[in-house]
Design a protein around this ligand. Structure first.
Ligand code: FEO
Length: 403
């Protein structure tokens, strides 16, 4: 039996018919490889007409908190319908327990969602498939389901509450941010920008072409939207704030900025990185130097989002890339950043394959390489550092011509 936590978790009214009944995760610091330094929320929403629907659930350990919030509005057993916008566990982990407690009359998901939920939970009850733009009348308020394929999985959809002009958008327009405030307009602009940007870079960047289409499609539906209520982070009561950012990021806008990401064994690759950085900055290009002993892969992704160049340095270890460099390159390759200029460099003792391997990965990412990899045996002398400085200057020239 799920523990009910009394009235200590009240629901938050979002609009006339919609309540936030989700959970705040102050503790999470790793979200499938993404460093969530400020935690997250799993937002579930109760939509109340003559009938009541719960839209999404929460990560499994937070079901008690969600049910307590529902209880602050009505007994959970009075919820008539359950809608799953997305099967990923941060939204559906609590679904089996919620179904068991609530026993809703019907449960709904997209066609892909039905099969994804089946393969996650092997449930013995029916989840009904809803089509794109199909509606569910709650009596006095109507839910319309809008396909949002690949935002973030093939099953993803949003639920639109027409009477409240509210789009319950699931992963789209979210951010990983635990806060006591539920609305974006209660939080500082710099924090919203940082966390929304980081979320986009780490979750949605590879799907940018689809994000652009989805934003266009929602705009083309002609449905008025006063509120965007995502499934992570704060709720937007001024949707233009986040829609405008998504349009910019999806378009792949680049700044006069380079990211140098590297690791080092005995300080030589670090010396090379700093010489390249000097060549860039003295040419008027902003540089972000990211040593991997102190930079998380998801922070590198954040910086790459609007950078024009990605320069990668690695010492050679046992004929290979240094492990941290291999990690960040694998991660970045999956995120498919577009239109980057790049270069590779590194120090080695006798074989020196790492810079070549880094260049190969960058080529696989369709990064336009500037010159051959710069290799240095053991410790760079003044001549080697001059070559690094010149590499920085050349990358700066290419950025200036492109941006
Ligand atoms: Fe927030 Fe794709 O799950």
């Amino acid at each position: 039996m799920v523990k009910r936590e009394g009235n200590c978790h009240p629901a938050v009214r979002v609009s006339e018919h919609v309540y936030w009944v989700g959970a705040v995760d102050w503790d999470i610091r790793d979200f499938h490889g993404y460093a969530t330094q400020r935690g997250s929320t799993y937002n579930a929403y109760l939509v109340i007409g003559e009938k009541t629907a719960l839209v999404d659930t929460v990560k499994a350990p937070f079901v008690g908190e969600m049910l307590a919030r529902i209880s602050s509005v009505l007994p959970p057993e009075q919820v008539d319908y359950l809608v799953s916008n997305h099967a990923e566990m941060d939204h559906s982990g609590g679904l089996p327990e919620a179904l068991a407690v609530i026993q809703p009359e019907r449960a709904f998901a997209s066609t892909h969602g039905v099969s994804a939920l089946r393969d996650h939970f092997h449930l013995d009850r029916e989840i009904a498939a809803v089509k794109d733009l199909e509606s569910l009348d709650l009596g006095g308020v109507r839910l319309t389901f809008v396909e949002m394929r690949m935002l973030h999985w093939p099953d993803s959809m949003a639920t639109y509450v027409a009477e409240d002009k509210a789009l319950l958008s699931n992963d789209a327009f979210g951010m990983h941010l635990a806060s006591s405030e539920r609305f974006a307009d209660e939080l500082p602009e710099w924090l919203l920008d940082y966390e929304a940007r980081k979320y986009y870079a780490n979750i949605l960047l590879p799907l940018s072409p689809l994000v652009a289409k989805a934003v266009e499609r929602v705009a083309g539906l002609g449905i008025p939207i006063d509120t965007i209520a995502p499934s992570h982070g704060p709720i937007w009561r001024e949707p233009a704030q986040i829609i405008g950012r998504y349009a910019t990021w999806a378009a792949g806008a680049r700044a006069r900025k380079a990211v140098i990401v590297y690791d080092t064994m005995w300080g030589s690759t670090a010396k090379m990185a700093l010489a390249i950085a000097q060549g860039l900055s003295e040419s008027g290009v902003s540089v972000k130097v990211m040593p991997l002993k102190s930079s998380h892969r998801s922070d590198v992704a954040l910086e790459v989002l609007d950078a024009a160049a990605l320069i990668v340095g690695s010492p050679t270890l046992n004929n290979q890339l240094f492990p941290t460099v291999a990690d960040v390159l694998t991660y970045l390759k999956g995120l498919k950043p577009r239109n980057l200029i790049g270069a590779a460099f590194g120090s080695h003792g006798w074989s020196g394959e790492a810079a070549k391997h880094a260049a190969e990965v960058l080529t696989g990412m369709k990064v336009e390489l500037v010159g051959d990899p710069v290799n240095v045996r053991y410790v760079p002398d003044n001549e080697a550092l001059r070559r690094c400085l010149e590499l920085g200057r050349e990358v700066a020239r290419r950025i200036t011509a492109a941006v």
